[in-house]
Design a protein around this ligand. Sequence first.
Ligand SMILES: [Zn+2]
Ligand SMILES: [Zn+2]
Ligand SMILES: [Zn+2]
Length: 305
Amino acid sequence: MRNHDCVEGSCIYCALQDIFREFKESDENTLNPDMLRLTLACSFQDQDKFQLGQLDDAAECYEKILSRIHFHLSGGASDDFCSLGHCITHVKFAMSLIQQTLCQCSATSEPLPYVQLVDYVSTLSIMSAIECSKMMKTNDFSELLRYAFNYEMSSTCPLKCGLKSRTVRTLVNCPDVVSIGLIWNSDQPDPDHIREFVSTIGEHVTLHKVCFNTTESSVRELVGVVCYYFKHYSTFFKRSKDGRWISFDDASVSEIGDTWDKVIDKCCKGKYQPLLLIYQNKQAELINTKTAPKKTSFIVKCMCV
Ligand SMILES: [Zn+2]
Ligand SMILES: [Zn+2]
Ligand SMILES: [Zn+2]
């Protein structure tokens, strides 16, 4: 999909297209991120985010880039409940959820629908899920995630009857890419804590175990991890053609092996804290471009490039 609403002079969609074109055609070992970096700095200058030389949150940056892809493809449609069949962001990445509290007294709260691009959970909640899982005799990462999400959602009976109630999340769609954001309570956690946590990360998640009511076959495979270490980001991605894990650390790109255990080792040795886990559907189909923009139109010129 080449056609889009283009921000002349500073367009994230154009910068992404350039990077993907280079990825396909270039013989270089590393891709040049300068254009994307500059357009990000320019696009978010008013919010003082992602400026050159400044360290911002990687998961937030990922989310903002996804939101911008929607913006460039949607012709101004709201991103709350986007139903455009060609919108990469919402078709491929967005989780449409309904949250509802159910009480033993049979009262239920109003269903709360919402859409999110990254599902955030704290590592502390996952660690307490691990403690409980020892009793539940499960080490299934999908179930640990569900427990951790439930742990974080307050559940009070809508009628305040005092009986036990629980809040459930129902996933309405089945996105091909599921992104889990991890929130740490320290930026220099104990190395044992990192080891214990990283070792529990599952190489697969099953969506109907993470949330309720998804009907399709919904296993997603871990393909990317964004980590943080002492004011620095480092990422690992699984190469699709041969399943080998590749480490990306600024301009240094290296193969680290064909098993997830190698990534775990690397994280533990380097004290890397995983911040974003990206899971992907290996059977994903191409997006339907029938409703895609038929021409590129130029909008609001950015003055800072
Ligand atoms: Zn553009
Ligand atoms: Zn959209
Ligand atoms: Zn009640």
